[in-house]
Design a protein around this ligand. Sequence first.
Ligand code: BTN
Length: 331
Amino acid sequence: MNTKDSVLKILINSEEYISGEGMSKALGISRAAINTAVKVLKTQGYEIDSVTNKGYKLLNSPDILSTGEICAYLSDTRAQDVIVLDSVDSTNDYLKDLASKGASKGTVVIADQQTKGKGRRGRAFASPSGCGIYLSYLMRPDTGLENISEITSWTAVAITDAIKKAYGIDTNIKWVNDILLDKLKICGILTELSIEGETGRIDSIVIGIGINVNEDSFPKELQGIATSLAIQTKTKYRRAILAAKLIEELDRLAAGWPSAKEYYLGSYKAKNITTGRKLKVFRIMDGEDEGRDAEAIDINPDFSLKVRFTDGTTEDLTGGEVRVRGISGYA
Ligand code: BTN
């Protein structure tokens, strides 16, 4: 971490005034370097009070995604594997590249902006600067391929837990892995897997998460589909707090894979708003088919969706085969 980020971390975690000398001792750098860091932070919009003989106190922080901001809420050891970027093509692609060069499990890449954010099924994921969280997390499980597609559903649970812990907001899950607030999408997940050709072993799993936090509006084509936490709650949030909580929840997920299934399945079922609803089911392989009317009955233990079609037949659907939409609206 650079000096500015280290100073910021101390200021964020100090409830009282902290002297320049105290910081200089803690960080092993000169008083002049501390003064310079404080000046730079002020130019970035941090409101820092300085009082002779008392020191510095952080009064107000802007919403900036920086290493200092995010790592202020994490232990120093955890922070070592968190890479924060201003702008990148795609955090998933950046992390996949690091993974192929041997990055350790738990490595995280976060960006303030993506220029080529990727969504599911080859779609683009709009990732403007200053409002969202674009985060990728590296898993290297020792397990085989069985049940691996369930990781995305576990991740949906981890995200709802992180949002609740960071901001106190309850969100829901639309099958298979969209996070909703007031029946509109606030988050998407794209999980990418790399398998060793010779052995069929999992080399790496990159879980990519895009959360709409502080967006004020969305393009016309996304109206009635997407929203942000800020639009729905009429409040602006500090993204760093949620980013840190997400990292904690993803660490919990990775440590619990696959033994903690009971928790993730139970929580997924409790938070899902798909069961009990009338839906249109679209076969992904069929391209733009018209969809078939069905009623969602249950989430199965493998996170597939049990539906009953209007002719009375039932089927278990997987996220790879179909997508579903509400009869009148996105959910
Ligand atoms: C979807 O809903 O279609 C999935 C969207 C996933 C977006 C995230 S943002 C961070 C990571 N990097 C990417 O390029 N995509 C994922």
